[in-house]
Design a binder for this molecule. Structure first.
Ligand code: SAM
Ligand code: SF4
Length: 348
């Protein structure tokens, strides 16, 4: 490297370190302004790629963040430049205080949008409270439109409730709405066109997501993985008029069928070729910060919150955790176990 390049590198490291004092940044120049918080671990479904029939060893309630701690973290994160909050789980609509959490996050200075990722089963029953909560967006997880297959994948008979939840969300007209579809070989890859068809009259984004190795039964190893490239090929074959569209910072494969109201996204969550644009911070239900979905390096915040650490000290812990994020998910994976027992521990 020439002297000139050396000086440039030093300067850019110096300037990044300066910014580091006020924002969430890492060594590779990424900034983090989006937090996903798992509010619980429990769920009313048992998706085969996520949880065994008997659940996972759920932690005692007292070991999970309580609502005040969640609100405190949102506040600290907002002071560090976080603008977007997503509540997930487990199933966040099972949390008794979810509406209050959404309201508080929505009113936190600096937070511009609050989102929910839900399996949709309880959506219809909560819709009026959600409408007035300040919630911006709802992602509903739905892998099949066939009631028998729904029962196979979730081990419960709830397709009707999920569809009514989706209808209620769309009828309210208040929320950005997305469907999360985990695509699996020999299970639902033959339903891609039906899901794309849902974008014809509905203002939704249907997101096709790659299966990830986060389940204790390792469904992932049974040949069900169906890659993003293949998904894109399939939908291009079925819809030759598909055009490229724009999405959020980590959604690069966005498409639309001319004349349709909604959009389609393909998320390479396992292939991991979007790590350079990652802006996400993850907080687990038991109060750990995770700087990458695939990382095994967690920093416990709950112990420090309960040990009386100041907001400033918690902010420093968060900054340090994010600063040490590795360059991509492949490197991060080497720091952890090869598999996790369930996505409920991370929130997806
Ligand atoms: N219960 C809520 C739901 O299902 O939307 C929120 C939590 S769930 C863990 C969040 C997301 O993670 C869901 O969209 C789910 O499909 C996804 N997910 C869980 N396990 C997964 C896996 N092994 N591979 C890919 N996605 C997974
Ligand atoms: Fe529950 Fe969501 Fe996991 Fe399915 S993916 S078992 S709905 S937490």
């Amino acid at each position: 490297m020439s002297m000139n390049n050396d000086t440039k590198t030093e300067k850019s490291v110096e300037s990044r370190q300066k910014i580091r004092s006020s924002a969430l940044l890492d060594q590779f120049g990424r900034t983090f302004d989006y937090v996903r918080i798992a509010v619980n671990e429990k769920c009313n479904l048992r998706c085969i790629y996520c949880m065994p029939e008997n659940g996972v060893p759920f932690k005692p309630e007292n070991n999970l963040l309580n609502p005040d701690e969640i609100k405190q973290l949102v506040n600290i994160l907002a002071s560090l430049g976080v603008k977007k909050v997503r509540f997930t789980g487990g199933e966040p609509l099972l949390h008794n205080d979810i509406i209050e959490l959404i309201q508080t996050a929505a009113f936190t200075p600096g937070i511009r949008s609050v989102h929910l990722t839900t399996n949709g089963v309880l959506l219809k029953s909560k819709i009026s409270e959600l409408q007035d909560s300040g919630l911006t967006g709802v992602n509903i997880s739905l892998d099949t439109l066939d009631s028998e297959k729904f029962e196979q994948i979730t081990r419960r008979k709830n397709l009707y409730n999920v569809m009514s939840g989706l209808d209620a969300v769309l009828a309210s007209g208040r929320f950005k709405t997305k469907l999360n579809v985990v695509v699996m070989r020999n299970f639902n890859e033959d339903e891609l066109d039906r899901f794309v068809g849902m974008t014809k009259h509905r203002d939704i984004v249907v997101r096709f997501i790659e299966l990830m190795p986060f389940d204790s039964q390792q469904i992932w190893k049974t040949g069900k993985f169906y890659g993003a490239d293949q998904i894109i090929r399939d939908i291009k074959n079925a819809f030759p008029h598909l055009v490229i569209d724009k999405g959020s910072r980590t959604e690069h494969n966005i498409y639309r069928i001319p004349g349709y109201r909604g959009k389609i996204a393909v998320i390479p969550s396992y292939s991991r070729n979007l790590c350079g644009a990652c802006n996400r911070i993850r907080i687990t239900a038991d109060g750990k910060i995770l700087n990458c979905l695939f990382s095994g390096q967690e920093t416990s915040l709950i112990d420090r919150l309960r040990g009386g650490a100041s907001d400033g000290e918690i902010a420093e812990l968060i900054k340090t955790a994010m600063w040490h994020k590795l360059e991509n998910g492949w490197q991060a994976q080497k720091t952890g176990e090869e598999q996790r027992n369930s996505m409920t521990q991370i929130g997806g």
